[in-house]
Design a protein around this ligand. Sequence first.
Ligand code: ADP
Ligand code: NA
Length: 343
Amino acid sequence: AFTQRVFSGIQPSGDLHLGNYLGAIRRFVPLQDTHETIYCVVDMHAVTVWQEPDALRRATREVAAAFIAAGIDPARSIVFNQSQVGQHAELAWVFNCVARIGWMNRMTQFKDKAGRNSENVSLGLLAYPSLMAADILLYKATHVPVGDDQKQHLELTRDIAAKFNNDYAAAIAAEGLGAMDGAFFPMTDPLIAGPATRIMSLRDGTKKMSKSDPSDQSRISLLDDADAIARKIKRATTDPAELPHAVEELAGRPEADNLVGIYAALSDRDKQDVLAEFGGQGWGVFKPALAELAVSVLAPISGEMRRLLDDPATIDAVLREGAGRARAIAETTMDEVRRIVGF
Ligand code: ADP
Ligand code: NA
């Protein structure tokens, strides 16, 4: 048994893409060797913005299929979807009453997603970080692998844990539920493995590749076939200059930097190493090499995903079994929380 426990989740809110794979899913796989691992399809987060019910069901299976196709083993990791374990909503409510509205209003992702329309987005979108804190703390996860876009939310998780521990310190002690330091919930740490991988849009190197921007068709989907991948890389925006020899010379060239970064991430090399090979070459040489590399990495994953998605009953069975294991842990925590709160 491992002493450290990892929790992470992906929203079923659209097509999974290369950024989700390189920035998140791929990093989940080796953690199975060193940590107890819990990977969740966070469908309750997805509905903070409107989702067609059938599309949500499809996307939920697609994220589960991507987890498994990428190498997450449901026998070693708990793989489930959030809405099947009601304790997530139950703890999130308690956290809604612990967290302060001012904390939520400060979240940059809420400001980005709500835009100028912040009075007319769902209340769930504002409260999103409280549900995320519940996801993590139900399992008393010690570590969460997060992209830099989620760091602020993880800090809020720690703030909520600290305020709960403090507000209920007397009850935690009276129930004998504190750890050595008296705390009930742990301070979960981010897990930062190597340089942060942030994949940018192939159309505009200053925006991140995102599944929630329907106007951007340049995104490389994990279900794309080889032709689609090659076509999207061929069409990727670039400047006219050739590839530089030194990584410093990528500064001020976001599209070039992104494509070199994608090559580096896909081949597990650093960008300087890639430039040592391709510096001085034009895009006519680099793009086909990148396309070939991307296809070699992604084709086995998309093939396995398609095979799994042809048999939705099997995916549903995996998710149900995972929910059973998740619920056992979540109910233990929730039972203790009820005693602490006075429910
Ligand atoms: P999206 O931002 O595409 O809607 P999510 O918010 O569900 O996706 O993010 C799922 C995971 O994928 C998170 O861990 C996030 O950090 C990571 N991720 C999303 N987009 C990118 C990207 N462009 N580059 C690297 N990682 C990303
Ligand atoms: Na995100």
